[in-house]
Design a protein around this ligand. Structure first.
Ligand SMILES: Nc1nc2c(ncn2[C@@H]2O[C@H](COP(=O)(O)OP(=O)(O)OP(=O)(O)O)[C@@H](O)[C@H]2O)c(=O)[nH]1
Ligand SMILES: [Mg+2]
Length: 559
C-alpha cells in the first residue's frame, strides 16, 4: 500500500492521507494539495484522554522523510496512535513514524520500505497506549489558541468589535494568536467569510497551531461545519464564547439554570450529524457547561433537559416575584446599576454600599443580581442592585434566557447607567445599553448617567453631554460618589418624596388635593394655615405647588 501511495503521489503531486484502524482497516482516504492535506478528524469512542486508536499515514511529495512540526502537532491534537510520513522520491521511498510518548513525540526511522520494523513499531504503540494520558482540553495543557474572524461592510466598527472579541476570548481563557477582518457587504451564506480567505487561513492556522476559530457574529450550524471542513479546526461563534464565559462564571442556582438553558437552546439547532465529532475533541470554548458539566447529549435528551430547566426557571421566577412584592410593600425604592460589561457597576455598588461584590477586569464578572443598601446620605432606605453587563451583538435568545436577571432593571424605580468614559467605544456602548433596555421594556425608566473611571479620563470635555442628569465619578477612587448618591436619592424621592408644604387657610382645596393624591403623614396648625408633611409623587408635588402659587394670597411652599 505504501508503494501505491508513493506512486499515486508522484503522479498527482498531492499529499495522500490514509487513516487506519487498529485492525488495519482503512477508515478514510483524503487527498490534499501539493503542500498540505485537510486533516479530517477521526475519533473513536475512547475517552478523550486516551489514544484515539487511529493511525495515519500520509505522503510528503518530494524527498523529505521526516515529520514536520505540523505533523507532530497533528499527532497530538488528534491523539493518533501513530503518524507516518512517507517521502515519495522514486526508488528512495522512506517512512518515518512518530508516536505519542509521555515526554512528547518519539520518532522512529526513516526506514526503507523493504526494512520496516513492524514488531518494534507495534510494541511502541502498545506501550504508549498504556502510559500516555492526554490532558482533556489541550493536548499540552496550555491555553487554548484562538483565531478570530470577522466580516462586514467598511466602517461598520468591525475592527473594534474584533478587539472586544479578543477580550472575550481572553476572559474565556484562550490566547488569541491570529485575527482577521474581511470587508464584504454581508457574510457568505455558506462559509461566513469568503471561501478563498478560509482556504488561506487553513494554512496559517496549521502553522500557528490554532485550536479554535471564533467568528464575531452568530453563525449557523451549516456555516460552522463548512468552515470546520476548510479550516481544519473547531469553529465557534461570539454567542458560544459568551455562553462559555457565563458557564464558567455562573454561581447561583438561578445563574446556572439560565446559562445551561441558554446553551442548550443555542445548541439544539446546531447539533451535528453523527460522525462529525470535531466538537467533542477535547474541551475548550463551547464545550463547557455550568460547573464544567460537559455538553454532550443527543437531541432527545436535550429537549427533555430544556423542558426540565424551563420548569425550574418558572419556579425561580415565582420566588423572585414574591420577593419583589415584599420589597414593594415596604416601599423601598430600588435603583438598578445597568451598563456595558466592565463599565464598573460592581465596583460602584461596592463603593456606595460598602459591600464586596465581585469586581474584576474581565468581561461579565457579574452574572447574578446583587442587592445592597445604599449607605451614603440622609433620608429613607434605598436599595441598589447590580446587574449583568450588556454587550453588543447580544443575541435575542440570550436576552430571553437572562430575562429574569435582566428584569431587575425592568422592576427598578430608577436606572443608573454606568458608562466607562475611558472606552473609545463609550458612545456605541451606551447605544447598545439603551437598545437592550428598550427591548426589556425599561426604555422609559427615569435614568441617571454615571460616567465612570473619571480618574483615568484625560478630558471630560470630550464626553458628549446626554440629555438626562449625568455625573462624572470614579468608583474605584471614590470620587464624586456623594453627589451621585444624592441624585439617586432625589430621583427616587421624586417618585414618592416626603415634602412639607405650608398651606394657608385660604387654600383649603390644596389640603383635599394632598389627601387624595398622596399620603399625609402629619398636619400641624400654625397661625396662618396648616403645615403638611406628606409623601408625594413628583407630579403631585408640582401640581400642589402650582395650586399654592396660583390665585390671590398664594404663599410659597417649602419642600
Ligand atoms: N480606572 C478606573 N478603573 C475602574 C473604575 N471603576 C472600576 N474600574 C475597573 O474596571 C474593571 C471592571 O469593573 P467591574 O466593577 O467588575 O465592572 P462591571 O461593570 O461590574 O463588569 P461586569 O460585571 O463584567 O459587567 C475593574 O478592573 C475595575 O477595577 C474607576 O473609577 N477607575
Ligand atoms: Mg459586575
Amino acid at each position: 500500500m505504501l508503494r501505491e501511495m508513493a506512486e499515486m503521489t508522484r503522479r498527482i503531486n498531492r499529499e495522500i492521507c490514509i487513516y487506519l484502524g487498529r485492525d488495519g482497516s482503512v477508515l478514510e482516504v483524503v487527498v490534499g494539495r501539493h503542500d498540505r492535506v485537510n486533516l479530517e478528524v477521526w475519533t473513536s469512542r475512547r475517552g478523550l484522554s486516551r489514544l484515539s486508536g487511529v493511525r495515519l499515514i500520509h505522503t510528503h511529495p518530494g524527498g523529505n522523510p521526516s515529520l514536520s512540526e505540523m505533523d507532530e502537532h497533528t499527532l497530538r491534537k488528534l491523539r493518533l496512535d501513530a503518524l507516518g510520513a512517507l517521502s515519495t522520491e522514486e526508488g528512495r521511498e522512506l517512512l518515518c513514524v512518530g508516536y505519542a510518548a509521555r515526554e512528547g513525540v518519539k520518532l522512529l526511522g526513516p526506514f526503507p520500505l523493504a526494512g520496516l520494523p513492524h514488531d518494534e513499531l507495534l510494541d511502541a504503540i502498545r506501550a504508549a497506549d498504556e502510559e500516555v494520558r492526554f490532558e482533556v482540553g489541550r493536548a499540552d495543557g496550555a491555553a487554548e489558541r484562538a483565531a478570530l474572524i470577522g466580516c462586514g461592510p467598511d466602517g461598520g466598527g468591525g475592527e473594534s468589535s474584533l478587539r472586544e472579541l479578543e477580550n472575550l476570548a481572553d476572559t474565556a481563557g484562550a490566547e488569541t494568536v491570529h485575527r482577521v477582518f474581511q470587508k464584504r457587504p454581508r457574510p457568505d451564506s455558506a462559509t461566513y467569510i469568503g471561501s478563498g480567505l478560509a482556504e488561506e487561513l487553513a494554512m496559517i492556522y496549521q502553522k500557528l497551531k490554532v485550536d479554535v476559530c471564533i467568528a464575531d457574529d452568530e453563525i449557523t450550524g451549516a456555516q460552522a461545519r463548512n468552515l470546520e471542513a476548510v479550516l481544519g479546526v473547531r469553529v465557534v461563534d461570539r454567542t458560544a464564547l459568551i455562553l462559555d464565559i457565563f458557564a464558567q462564571r455562573a454561581r447561583s442556582r438561578e445563574g446556572k439554570l439560565q446559562v445551561e438553558l441558554a446553551q442548550l437552546r443555542y445548541r439544539l439547532p446546531r447539533l451535528m450529524g453523527a460522525g462529525t465529532a470535531m466538537s467533542r475533541l477535547g474541551g475548550g470554548i463551547g464545550t463547557r457547561g455550568p460547573g464544567e458539566r460537559k455538553l454532550e447529549m443527543d437531541r432527545r435528551l436535550i429537549r427533555r433537559r430544556i423542558f426540565d430547566l424551563e420548569e425550574q426557571m418558572k419556579e425561580v421566577s415565582r420566588q423572585r416575584d414574591s420577593q419583589r412584592q415584599r420589597v414593594k410593600k415596604n416601599e423601598v425604592p430600588v435603583a438598578a446599576l445597568v451598563g456595558y460589561t466592565n463599565a464598573g457597576k460592581s465596583t460602584l455598588l461596592n463603593a456606595m454600599c460598602g459591600s464586596d461584590a465581585f469586581a474584576e477586569d474581565k468581561l461579565f464578572a457579574t452574572l447574578d443580581p446583587l442587592k445592597r443598601r445604599l449607605s451614603a446620605g440622609e433620608g429613607g432606605e434605598v436599595l441598589l442592585v447590580d446587574t449583568v453587563g450588556f454587550i453588543h451583538k447580544l443575541p435575542h435568545s440570550m436576552i430571553s434566557a437572562f430575562r429574569s436577571t435582566l428584569e431587575e432593571a425592568k422592576h427598578a424605580d430608577l436606572l443608573v447607567h454606568v458608562v466607562d468614559a475611558t472606552s473609545p467605544e463609550y458612545k456605541h456602548q451606551m447605544t447598545v445599553v439603551r437598545d437592550v433596555l428598550e427591548e426589556l421594556g425599561a426604555g422609559d425608566k427615569p435614568q441617571i448617567i454615571a460616567f465612570n473611571k473619571a480618574d483615568a479620563l484625560p478630558s471630560r470635555e470630550e464626553i458628549e453631554k446626554p440629555d438626562v442628569p449625568f455625573y462624572f465619578i470614579s468608583a474605584k477612587r471614590g470620587i464624586g460618589l456623594q453627589p451621585l448618591a444624592d441624585a439617586i436619592r432625589e430621583a427616587l424621592g421624586a417618585l414618592q418624596r416626603e415634602v412639607v408644604l405650608e398651606v394657608p387657610f385660604a387654600k383649603g382645596a390644596v389640603l383635599a388635593y394632598l389627601h387624595e393624591n398622596g399620603k399625609v403623614l402629619e398636619e400641624t396648625y400654625t397661625e396662618t394655615g396648616v403645615s403638611v408633611r406628606a409623601l408625594l409623587g413628583g407630579d403631585a408635588v408640582k401640581r400642589a405647588r402650582a395650586l399654592l402659587a396660583g390665585g390671590a394670597g398664594g404663599q410659597s411652599a417649602k419642600p
